[in-house]
Write a protein that binds this ligand. Structure first.
Ligand code: FES
Length: 158
């Protein structure tokens, strides 16, 4: 599915955020965050490249260099499971298994309704409340099966 913004809206966002190569990563992350499917589609990438004076190849290199930039559609909600050692030791694999069971997908996949994507993330400094997940920029820790189900239900009903 294509990004829901018009060309004019995309360019307005680029302008609001600096419209230059120095701000490119910030601009792309902003557009990705605003995308209902959490990714940069080809039309958006081409518009931004043209506006800031990059070739399409240069833009492609940038999009594929930074792991936080995505070029494929993802869920409305990205649930990231920390899989660094301290969280792993506090049963992050159990959290992953609960999420996979609840959502019916594996890590790296998106639910058929386009609501959720589950992925791994590295340590984000909340080890003392591990295992942790991050959703919409918010970290949740001390996770139990019940708490994970509550988080998912909350997002489903948001
Ligand atoms: S290891 Fe998971 S938050 Fe630090």
């Amino acid at each position: 599915m294509l990004n829901h913004f018009s060309d004019e809206q995309i360019l307005a966002i680029v302008e609001e955020n600096g419209a230059c190569k120095e701000n490119l990563l910030y601009i792309l992350l902003k557009l990705q965050d605003l995308s209902p499917q959490n990714y940069i589609d080809e039309r958006t990438a081409n518009l931004v490249a043209e506006r800031v004076g990059l070739s399409r190849v240069q833009m492609y290199d940038i999009l594929t260099f930074y792991a936080m930039l995505k070029t494929k559609p993802r869920g409305k909600y990205i649930i990231e499971v920390c899989n660094s050692s301290p969280c792993y030791a506090s049963k992050a694999d159990r959290v992953t298994a609960i999420l996979e069971k609840e959502l019916g997908i594996k890590v790296g996949e998106t639910t058929p309704d386009g609501m959720f994507t589950v992925s791994y993330m590295p340590c984000n400094g909340y080890c003392e409340i591990g295992p942790v997940i991050r959703v919409q920029g918010r970290t949740h820790g001390n996770l139990t099966e019940e708490k994970i189900k509550e988080i998912i239900d909350g997002l489903r009903n948001a």
